[in-house]
Design a protein around this ligand. Structure first.
Ligand code: AMP
Ligand code: MG
Length: 399
C-alpha cells in the first residue's frame, strides 16, 4: 500500500550543485560521456607495448621509444620493436598488447618476452571507448549518488550537476516525558532521542530533516504542531499512536482532515504504525506516518515504510528497505501473527569465505538503545514461523 502511494508523488524540482557536494543527492537528469572512455587505448601495466605475435617468438625486440602517463600518444610502433610504456599511458599505434615489465628480460636496448609466457592480442590494453563512447548516457536520472557515480561524473567532465531538491521532512516528536537532548531530565523525564535519530535516517535517504519542537500530550499542543508540520513535504510523527490514554495523535490528525490508509501492521516492533495523507496549505497532498514512540519501533517502521515514500520524494524510485541473506547462528522463536524484526549483528567480514553469519543481540525490548547500538541489522522472522534454526539461511533488514 505504501509503495502504491510512493508512485503518486509529483516530480521533484531540480537545482545544480558542485559535483563535490553531490554525495547523497539524486541525479535529476541523465549524464553522458563528453568523450570516449578511455579517451585513448590505455595501458593497464608498466611494461612494453608490442605486437603479441612478434613477442610470442621470444626473440629480442628493439626498444623504439618510451611513454608515460600524461604524454601525448606516440608511435607508430616499427615492425620487430617494442615501446616502453607506463600504466595509464596511450598505447602507440601498431601495438596490440603490453608485456608486463616483470615478464621480460630487458638489456642493451632490446627486450624479450620470457618463455613460457605468451601474450594474447589486447592483453593489458583497454581499447579507446571500451568503457563508454562519447555521447553515451553513463548515469541515469534518479541515481542516488554514491562515490562511484561522482567519480564517473568527474571523469566525464561534469563539474556541476543537476540534482533534485531535497524534500523537507517534518519530524514531530510527541510526549510529556521528553526533554531536549541538552536539558537535564527531571524525575520521570527522558531525552528525545527519536528526533535526531530520524533526522539522521532522513538525511541518509536524501531528505532534508526538519525537527520541530516536541509536542505535549494534549490536543492544543498537537494541533498547533501539526499545523506547522503540514507545510513540509512529508511528516514523521513519533509517539502517541498506541492504545494508551494519552495517545492523542490519531484524533489530532483526524481534526486536520487526515485520510488514514492503515492504522496498524502485523509486525513487531511497530504494530501501531499509522499511515495516511493530509492536504497542505497549497492543496498539495502529503503523506504522514505516525511512528510508535519506542526508538527501535520508530527506526524499524521508518526503514520498512517511511523510506519508500521518502525515496519517491527524493526522486529515486528504487529507494526503500535493503534486505540480504545470512546464515543464522542460534535458534530464534517466531510469532504466529506478527513478523518479527529482531535487532541483530551480522558478521559480513567472513575472511574464510563463509556466508555472513547473523546473531540476535540480547535486548530489553524496543526501547533498548544500548543493545540496538550493538546491532547492524534486523533479523526477519516471518509471521507464522514457529522457530528459525541455527544454520538456516535467513533474511536480514540492513539499517
Ligand atoms: P508512545 O508511542 O508514545 O506510547 O511511546 C512509547 C515509548 O517510547 C515510551 O516509553 C516513550 O517514553 C518512548 N518515546 C516516545 N517518544 C520518544 C522519543 N522521541 N525519544 C525517546 N523515546 C521516546
Ligand atoms: Mg507517548
Amino acid at each position: 500500500m505504501v509503495a502504491a502511494h510512493a508512485r503518486l508523488g509529483r516530480p521533484p524540482v531540480s537545482e545544480r550543485v558542485e559535483l563535490g557536494d553531490a554525495a547523497g543527492r539524486v541525479l535529476a537528469e541523465s549524464l553522458s560521456a563528453d568523450r570516449d572512455q578511455p579517451p585513448f587505448p590505455r595501458s593497464t601495466r608498466d611494461g612494453f607495448a608490442c605486437r603479441a605475435e612478434e613477442a610470442n617468438k621470444h626473440k629480442p625486440l628493439k626498444v623504439a621509444g618510451s611513454i608515460h602517463a600524461g604524454q601525448a600518444p606516440a608511435g607508430p610502433l616499427p615492425r620487430g620493436a617494442a615501446w616502453e610504456i607506463m600504466t595509464g599511458a596511450p598505447v602507440p599505434a601498431g601495438a596490440d598488447a603490453v608485456a608486463m615489465v616483470e615478464h621480460v628480460e630487458h638489456s642493451g636496448g632490446a627486450v624479450r618476452l620470457l618463455p613460457p609466457r605468451t601474450l594474447e592480442p589486447g592483453e593489458n590494453i583497454v581499447p579507446q571507448g571500451a568503457e563508454a563512447r562519447a555521447g553515451d548516457e553513463v548515469l541515469s536520472a534518479g541515481t542516488h549518488l554514491g562515490s562511484q557515480h561522482i567519480a564517473l561524473a568527474a571523469a566525464c567532465g561534469h563539474a556541476t550537476i543537476p540534482v533534485f531538491r531535497r524534500p523537507r521532512v517534518a519530524i514531530l516528536t510527541t510526549g510529556d516525558e521528553l526533554v531536549p537532548v541538552a536539558s537535564k531530565p527531571a524525575p520521570g523525564q527522558i531525552r528525545n532521542s527519536n528526533g535526531v535519530m530520524l533526522a539522521a535516517l532522513v538525511a541518509r535517504a536524501g531528505g532534508d530533516p526538519w525537527i520541530l519542537p516536541t509536542a505535549r500530550d494534549d490536543d492544543r499542543s498537537l494541533d498547533e504542531a501539526l499545523r506547522e508540520a503540514v507545510t513540509a513535504d512529508m511528516l514523521l510523527i513519533t509517539g502517541g499512536v498506541s492504545a494508551g490514554k494519552f495517545d492523542l495523535v490519531e484524533p489530532a490528525l483526524a481534526r486536520i482532515g487526515a485520510r488514514f490508509h492503515f492504522t496498524g501492521v502485523r509486525i513487531q516492533p511497530g504494530k501501531p504504525l499509522v499511515f495516511g495523507e493530509l492536504t497542505g496549505p497549497s492543496k498539495t497532498r502529503k503523506n504522514f506516518f505516525g511512528l510508535p514512540g519506542n526508538p527501535i519501533s520508530s527506526a524499524a517502521t521508518f526503514l520498512l515504510f517511511g523510506s519508500r515514500i521518502l525515496g519517491a520524494l527524493v526522486g529515486c524510485q528504487q529507494a526503500g528497505p535493503r534486505f540480504a541473506l545470512a546464515r543464522l547462528a542460534k535458534n530464534v522463536k517466531g510469532k504466529p501473527d506478527l513478523t518479527r524484526f529482531v535487532p541483530s549483528v551480522c558478521d559480513f567480514n567472513s575472511a574464510g569465505g563463509e556466508d555472513p553469519e547473523v546473531s540476535t543481540v540480547a535486548s530489553q525490548g524496543s526501547g533498548d538503545l544500548a543493545s540496538f547500538s550493538r546491532s547492524n541489522c534486523f533479523l526477519v522472522v516471518p509471521e507464522g514461523t514457529d522457530r528459525l534454526h541455527a544454520g538456516d539461511v535467513v533474511r536480514i533488514l540492513l539499517h
